[in-house]
Design a protein around this ligand. Structure first.
Ligand SMILES: [Zn+2]
Length: 86
């Protein structure tokens, strides 16, 4: 398994999950109705989410499940594919 790092953390990616049923804006609305916190920026690159962004989740032991943007999801998926084809 490959290690990834961003500014604050090192983590091992277990899987990348997409949620095709919900976009960031809907998710935020539901959470805010229950006074729950919402992650507003991509865990990997820090980009602010837009309401119509698709939800992508990176799962790791160290950090649990975190939202990432589609671009980062695609980059990580490509890296995993490269690792697996070695
Ligand atoms: Zn990102």
């Amino acid at each position: 398994m490959r290690e990834y790092s961003n500014i604050q953390v090192q983590y091992r990616v277990e899987k990348i999950i997409s949620n095709p049923l919900m976009m960031v804006g809907n998710f935020r609305k539901v959470r805010e109705e229950y006074d729950m916190t919402v992650q507003n920026t991509c865990f990997r690159c820090g980009r602010k989410f837009k309401d119509d962004d698709n939800i992508w989740i990176v799962s790791s032991h160290e950090k649990g499940n975190r939202f990432i943007c589609e671009e980062c999801a695609n980059e990580i998926k490509k890296e995993i594919e490269r690792e697996n084809s070695k």
